[in-house]
Design a protein around this ligand. Structure first.
Ligand code: F3S
Length: 392
């Protein structure tokens, strides 16, 4: 792979250990993908923020590089949710020893120069660059959204490769950065026999989960309306990324692609695979984290009502502050829900600390991880049904 003179020097350690490691990572990925070169990026989105996901090894590494003089991220860098609400963790069943470890990770990232985003929907809170801009985003749901909905260009980065991109301001010119690789290879045709249409985040989550399982390349969805709302597109992207390795989808009607039908049968098989309980002891909304539009709708649906069981709502601080200033957050809290800010609905010890064995959620991705990480039984239901069945 071609490297410029200054990239060669960085690789040889002339600009310090963090850059040497970062270029080694990019070079290894580039060689694996037969990339010609590195390219500059405008935005890095780094995952690996929750202590539950990176543990002591990741935390020690971040702390070590953040203490090396002059080590700063070279481009605008946002970060994924962490494992707790940083301001309210002590009121939210987070063990102090966990909080201490989580705060060290956050402090290391802050020294490196992040935007304090702590979100998996970074496109909600920061201006999105022009179509075609090269970025380097970890967090599969966000990377798929960037490619498929925002027309940005990114590979599905890992925590390590996105960190290397943040440190260098570059990524490997391969895969979804290249026009020719952004063409669909496989089609999923939605073909219901009845007049039923896909509506809401559960339906799109089930479609995405199915699609992610059956193919790893760029997917062309056929037979669905590309005018999905934000919740539906967010759910589709998150679910495609939950299982399998696809990093992008398109909408179309190509006749020459290998194609698989998604009928009522595939829908119900996938639903049964994800949802294994009739009801849940607690409600979890916000995987991916809730947007301001979703909080507005939730606040409207909750007027004059009260939750019968514990309801946790995950969103970023930025979105929460906006929702509070507009009166949505107050309405949701009045109905008995608890906000957890800047945290991931699945990779937080809070879910295990709830002392429940089943959870109600509207997220296919949330269902997948809460089952595997916390051993929960899952009842997957759309938001409207959850509210109809669980409000006084
Ligand atoms: Fe976001 Fe965590 Fe779900 S990062 S997409 S809330 S698994």
């Amino acid at each position: 792979m071609y490297l410029t003179q200054s990239e060669e020097k960085a690789l040889a350690g002339e600009y310090g250990e963090p850059l040497e490691i970062a270029y080694r990572v990019l070079l290894a990925i580039g060689r694996l993908g037969n990339a010609e070169r590195l390219i500059p990026i405008k935005w890095a989105h780094v995952s690996g923020v929750s202590y539950l996901t990176i543990g002591d090894y990741g935390s020690d590494f971040l702390q070590r590089i953040s203490k090396i003089k002059g080590t700063k991220f070279k481009v605008f860098t946002t970060v994924n949710p962490c494992g707790m609400d940083v301001e309210n963790w002590d009121r939210l069943e987070i063990p102090p020893e966990y909080a201490e470890k989580q705060l060290k990770i956050i402090s290391a990232y802050q020294k490196l120069g992040i935007a304090n985003s702590f979100t998996c929907v970074p496109f909600q809170s920061y201006p999105v660059p022009a179509k075609g801009t090269h970025v380097s985003w970890a967090e599969s749901s966000a990377a798929i959204y960037a490619n498929s909905i925002l027309n940005l260009r990114t590979n599905r980065e890992s925590a390590v490769s996105a960190l290397a991109s943040a440190l260098t301001g570059k990524t490997v010119y391969s895969d979804l950065h290249i026009d020719a690789n952004r063409k669909p290879k496989f089609a999923i045709r939605v073909k219901f026999s009845s007049r039923r249409r896909l509506i809401g985040s559960v339906d799109y989550g089930i479609l995405g989960y199915f699609a992610g399982k059956v193919t790893g390349g760029v997917i062309e969805f056929q037979g669905i309306n590309s005018g999905m709302n934000l919740s539906e597109s967010k759910a589709l992207c998150a679910a495609v990324g939950t299982v399998g390795s696809s990093g992008m989808f398109t909408f179309g009607r190509s006749k020459d692609l290998e194609c698989m039908d998604f009928t009522e049968k595939e829908y119900s098989n996938t639903f049964e695979e994800i949802s294994d309980a009739k009801d849940g002891d607690a409600i979890v909304f916000g995987c991916p984290q809730m947007t301001i539009e979703e909080l507005y709708q939730l606040s409207k649906d909750l007027i004059g009502k009260h939750f019968k069981k514990r309801c946790i709502v995950f969103c970023s601080s930025k979105v929460y502050d906006l929702a509070r200033s507009r009166g949505y957050a107050g309405g949701i809290e009045k109905a008995g829900a608890t906000f957890v800010r800047d945290s991931c609905a699945d990779f937080t010890p809070l879910i295990s600390s709830l002392k429940v064995s089943s959870v109600l959620t509207d997220s296919a991705k949330g269902a997948h991880y809460m089952k595997r990480v916390h051993g929960m039984k899952i009842a997957l239901k759309d938001t409207k049904t959850i509210l109809e069945q669980n409000l006084n």
